[in-house]
Structure formats: C-alpha cells, structure tokens
Design a protein around this ligand. Sequence first.
Ligand SMILES: O=P(O)(O)OC[C@@H](O)[C@@H](O)c1c[nH]c2ccccc12
Length: 261
Amino acid sequence: MNILDRIIADKYKEVALRKSIIPVRQLENSVLFDREGNSLAEALRNSTTGIIAEHKRRSPSKSVINQKVSVQDVAVGYENAGVCGMSVLTDGKYFGGSLDDLLLARASVKMPLLRKEFIIDEYQLLEAKAYGADVVLLIAAVLSRDEIKTLSEFAKKLSLDVLLEVHNLEELEKSIMPSLDMLGVNNRNLKTFDVSIDVSKKLSQHIPDDFVKVSESGISNIEAIKELQPYGYKGFLIGENFMKTENPGPSAVEFIKALQR
Ligand SMILES: O=P(O)(O)OC[C@@H](O)[C@@H](O)c1c[nH]c2ccccc12
C-alpha cells in the first residue's frame, strides 16, 4: 500500500466514526451552516498575484513543518499579506490538523477558506460548511468520475466552491465537468512525493478555459510563479515555503511584495 492508499483507508474509518457521533442535522443546525460563502475562484480571477496560503503543521513527506504558531495568527497574517484565500489542513493523523483549526481560522478572518481534506463522503462537505469553509478540495487520484460528480454537485448545492486536484492527464480527462470551479494541478505526486512544476506546465494546455487554473505544491520562490503565469495559471497554492518560517504571515507579506515588484 502506498501512503495515499493508507490515508484513504484510515479516512473511511474516521468518517464512519464521526457520522456515528455527530448526526447530519446537528451539522445543518450549526451557526455557520447558512453563512454565505466567499468565492475563491472569483478572488483568483480578480487578482494579479493569486496566492492561496496554507496552514500545515506537518506532512507525510516532510514530517514536522511548524508546531509552534497558532492557526489564528497564521490566518490573520495571511489575510494582512493580501492572499486570495487560505487552505486549512483538517486531517489529523497525517497532517496534524483538525476541523477546529478551520473554525478558529473562520473566527479570525473574512477571506475564502479551503477545507484541505481527503474527501470521500458527502458528510465531510456538510462538516466543511458547518465549520466555516468556503471551498472544498476533491482529489481525482482517490475518486471515480461518478464520485467526483456526486460530491461536486452536492458541494455546489451547499454553495461551496470546488477545487478539483489532478496530477496527470488521465485524472484530468476523467474529471472535467461543469460542477467544478477550479482545476488544481498538484506538482507533488501523492504516492511518491516527487515534486516538479513541470507537471503544471505540461497539463495546462489540457485544462479548458472555463476553469480557474491553480498550481499546487513545491512553489518556493516568485520565479516559479512567473514561469507558470504564461501557462494560464491564476492561483498558486503555497504551504511549506511560508509554514517552515517562524512567522508565516510576514513571510507571505515579503513574498507578495516581491511578486508585485
Ligand atoms: O507545502 P507545499 O509544497 O507548498 O504544498 C501545499 C499544498 O499544495 C499541499 O499541501 C497539498 C496539495 N494537495 C494536497 C492534498 C492533500 C494534502 C496536502 C496537499
């Protein structure tokens, strides 16, 4: 079993457990459930920098990244830096995140928040809504076309934006459908952890123009962004590069300033 298979096997168990503890109607009755979402796709379309900054404490590829900063401070710092949105890892076992991180970020900022999670069940979309997300990630590597369709259509009903993530042409071709807002190319292979922005360059020509194109992972300098912009990318998802510093917010400020120069 590769790491992705392990994460997904654990995720099925976790979701079954969560469902048995918190019923759907409790999620639906939560204060945030009817909050009007903020569109990340819209923010990216109107931006010249397009940074989506991530809160990530640790990962299977890097182990510890940053266990010290508070998610509220990171959220406020990112918002002050002028990012288009923030990605909050909510997986606990492999990434050290939680739904409470999402809630605390929501309480601190207005910008669009992405629930960064391995989504396999509609229940997790209800959770995303109840904990204040505006956007959800769907990962083509672990979902069939039918699952992508069902999950993305349900997300749209909840007025969540959908970012669909692919890593190769086969995943991209099986995933194209109108219920997606953004197409993300993950430069990191989730099975081997190999990273290269060439993956984004290669796949860009196959992404229809109606989707906002996002390049994800392994972006550690503004040169990478300048290289990717001519390929039509409007969004850039950056985690480690900010999180590995003592103060992710100010790091994002510097990065965005440099990008605007
Ligand atoms: O820290 P990086 O290399 O900047 O990458 C951020 C983000 O793209 C990465 O965390 C990610 C992309 N897709 C995922 C799916 C699950 C978990 C994590 C991810």
